[in-house]
Design a protein around this ligand. Structure first.
Ligand SMILES: NC(=O)c1ccc[n+]([C@@H]2O[C@H](COP(=O)([O-])OP(=O)(O)OC[C@H]3O[C@@H](n4cnc5c(N)ncnc54)[C@H](OP(=O)(O)O)[C@@H]3O)[C@@H](O)[C@H]2O)c1
Length: 239
């Protein structure tokens, strides 16, 4: 039997082949969880799984493009067949496109906002809904958000599609938390920090493993208030 604070827990992590999602998978596996890596490229997922297996149980790899509802439904069906229950869902996969970084909110490209909302908002909604029937009392849904979606701070107009998608993801966190609180399921958003990944770039200040530490904190925090927005090292912040 695996030892660690997540011993015997089943964790599903989207966008788990690299960056923060991969760091979360490794951290959870090291703590004894059995992980399912949801990825859009199986070969990349298998490589990540074998790296994760260096520190914990070999994860399973499930394919889904998070912009594709049918693919998400298929992935959720596969996960539901493979596991009797799911304890942790981390909606991590996300995009911040180069066009979005360049184009102001006064000239937003429909294709960019569509794609960004599909991956960053509609994907997490579809995945959460599809897996909720497998999630019982004590289960957690953890949405990887960003302070760029924070209405009380925000990004001064930078990357508008991304910011809007994270503001909306936070609104979903609150709504879903209220909807499932009677079932004993906690739903949170968190800001991982400006992390050194393909998205964050090489000059970012936070190591992905440090960002994964916040996910671990949320996976193990004592039951209590739900529907909160967190940042490192486990501090609640304004929406
Ligand atoms: N890095 C930061 O500073 C920072 C700050 C705040 C919030 N965040 C959030 O943290 C999360 C992870 O970001 P990261 O920095 O680790 O980014 P990353 O290094 O760019 O990794 C993004 C992950 O999402 C996956 N992904 C993207 N589009 C997908 C799709 N359509 N279907 C399935 N998977 C898809 C990627 O898979 P592929 O390898 O197949 O592309 C990859 O695994 C995101 O939600 C991001 O918004 C990051």
């Amino acid at each position: 039997m695996a030892l660690g604070v997540l011993a015997d827990r089943i964790a599903v992590i989207t966008g788990a082949n690299r960056g923060i999602g991969f760091a979360i998978a490794r951290t959870f596996a090291r703590e004894g969880a059995t992980c399912a890596l949801v990825v859009r490229d199986r070969a990349k997922g298998e490589r990540a799984a074998s790296d994760v297996a260096n520190v914990g149980a070999l994860p399973i790899v499930v394919e889904a493009d998070m912009a594709n509802r049918t693919a998400i439904k298929r992935a959720a069906e596969e996960l539901s067949r493979r596991f009797e229950r799911i304890d942790l869902l981390v909606n991590n996969a996300g995009i911040l496109t180069d066009e979005d970084r360049r184009i102001p909110a006064s000239r937003m490209e429909p294709a960019i906002i569509d794609e960004t909302l599909a991956v960053n908002l509609l994907g997490p909604i579809a995945m959460s809904e599809a897996l909720l029937p497998k999630m019982g009392r004590g289960a957690r849904i953890i949405n990887v958000s960003s302070t760029m979606g924070q209405l009380t701070d925000g990004s001064a107009g930078y990357a508008p599609a991304y910011c809007i998608s994270k503001t909306a993801l936070n609104a979903y966190t609150q709504a879903l938390a209220a909807a499932v609180s009677d079932n004993g399921i906690l739903v949170d958003s968190f800001h991982p920090g400006w992390a050194r990944t393909a998205m964050g770039g090489p000059n970012a200040s936070v190591d992905p493993d440090q960002a994964a530490g916040v996910a671990l904190f949320l996976a193990t925090r004592p039951p209590g208030e739900t529907g909160l927005f967190w940042r490192h090292p486990g501090v609640v912040i304004d929406w």
